[in-house]
Design a protein around this ligand. Structure first.
Ligand SMILES: Cc1cc2nc3c(=O)[nH]c(=O)nc-3n(C[C@H](O)[C@H](O)[C@H](O)COP(=O)(O)OP(=O)(O)OC[C@H]3O[C@@H](n4cnc5c(N)ncnc54)[C@H](O)[C@@H]3O)c2cc1C
Length: 375
């Protein structure tokens, strides 16, 4: 399809289109094609920022009739960059970000372009929450359609376990609702199958009562890694469902709770989150607190604040790879720690830096190696 053939249909698409249509050369073009991962540099033929379902239907039909590759952009956080199509059509849903809470039915319905922050901020005043990603800027769409693990998935299940219904525009441009009762096979595929089954224009999720939560960020010298990780593994194996957490090697940030000798140096951090008050959290996490850490930040906070505690700014160059393990034997721990030692550039001011983050999701241990090349 030539550029001229695509452009020939723009006027037709623009007629009655409530959102914005952006093409190469427009002042807004570069900002509109920027996503979380700065490694991704793709140039779509057009980006349609939809304002509602009718816009999405028009965009899907437009792309389909012209044989354009179509990419759907939710929060734009997918590090592989599937939210952008080189030379294709991007259906950008970010304007469709409303979140409506039904506190009686304990459900929330969000637009297909809402982020976890839109969702969490809407449900927080009701003392309700659902499983979200570990940062608040992730799109609810891509996160939930891919499964979605978060701090409290041991208690509330994965995001997709809480999915009650979706509204979706099919590849034919039809609007359908999928739930256990309507299009149940499509609904099943949306539980972890990713974004390949249509453009999801809204998602309805189950909510759970959740009062203030406790976050504990504990720091150790990096040499303590093998001991701390073994203790963390054994702790998580028997911890109640109210506990979530993760371990990571990082460059110690210049915060008052980080010991001076670890600021700007390789440090080991353990984050334990607890669905309950601080006193209970301290009791539950006693096996870790007894290990003798070098620095700590322990605080009770609303869940929505916990969710944005680790928000990463966009614009960094990210390379991620992951291993899924159903156990975390000593040998794996030792290799994990050795690798962090080898590859972290402790001078965080320039050059490559490596963060290694093992997360615990449900019964599985998920060591996730994150290589971030700083800009
Ligand atoms: C800093 C960071 C932290 C993260 N933490 C976690 C975590 O704790 N737990 C976890 O499970 N994951 C986590 N992720 C991974 C993240 O959940 C996935 O990359 C997710 O796909 C991002 O969704 P998005 O809508 O923001 O991304 P996008 O890049 O916009 O989309 C990702 C994919 O989903 C599709 N998609 C998005 N929205 C829709 C829609 N409405 N309809 C149809 N298809 C759609 C896109 O087409 C694309 O294929 C994290 C990612 C980052 C960058």
């Amino acid at each position: 399809m030539t550029t001229q053939t695509v452009e020939a249909g723009f006027d037709e698409l623009r007629m009655g289109f409530a959102g914005e249509i952006i093409v190469p050369g427009d002042p807004a073009y570069d900002a509109a094609r920027t996503i979380f991962n700065a490694m991704i540099d793709r140039r779509p033929a057009l980006i349609v920022q939809c304002a509602g379902v009718a816009d999405v239907v028009r965009a899907v039909r437009f792309g389909r009739e012209r044989g354009l590759e179509i990419a759907v952009r939710g929060g734009g956080h997918g590090v592989a960059g599937r939210a952008l199509a080189e030379g294709g059509l991007v259906i950008d849903l970010r304007r469709m970000n409303a979140a409506t809470v039904d506190p009686v039915a304990r459900t929330v319905t969000v637009g297909g372009g809402a982020t976890m922050s839109h969702l969490d901020r809407a449900t927080q005043p009701f003392g309700l929450a659902t499983t979200g990603g570990r940062v608040s800027t992730t799109g609810v769409g891509g996160f939930t359609l891919g499964g979605g693990g978060g701090w409290f998935d041991r208690k509330f299940g994965l995001a997709c376990d809480n999915l009650l219904a979706v509204e979706l525009v099919t590849a034919e441009g039809h609007v359908v609702r999928a739930s256990e009762d309507e299009h149940p096979e499509l609904f099943w595929a949306l539980h972890g199958g990713g974004g390949n089954f249509g453009v999801v224009t809204s998602l309805t999720l189950r909510l759970h009562a959740l009062g203030p939560v406790t976050a504990m960020l504990l720091f150790w010298d990096p040499e303590a890694g093998p001991t701390v990780l073994r203790a963390y593994r054994d702790f998580m194996a028997v911890a109640p469902d109210e506990v979530g957490g993760g371990v990571l090697y990082m460059t110690g940030p210049p915060e008052p709770f980080v010991p001076e000798h670890l600021v700007g140096r390789l440090a080991l951090g353990v984050l334990v989150v607890y669905a309950g008050p601080e006193a209970e959290a301290r009791d539950v996490a006693a096996p870790l607190l007894r290990l003798g850490h070098a620095g700590e930040m322990i605080a009770e906070m609303p869940y929505a604040d916990l969710q944005c505690m680790l928000d990463d700014p966009p614009g960094h160059r990210n390379y991620w790879s992951a291993e899924y393990l159903d156990s975390f034997p000593d040998e794996a721990i030792d290799r994990f720690c050795a690798r962090a030692d080898d590859e972290v550039e402790v001078d965080g001011s320039a050059g490559p830096a490596l963060e290694v983050r093992p997360h615990v999701t449900g019964p599985l241990l998920r060591p996730l190696v994150v290589r971030r090349v700083l800009p």
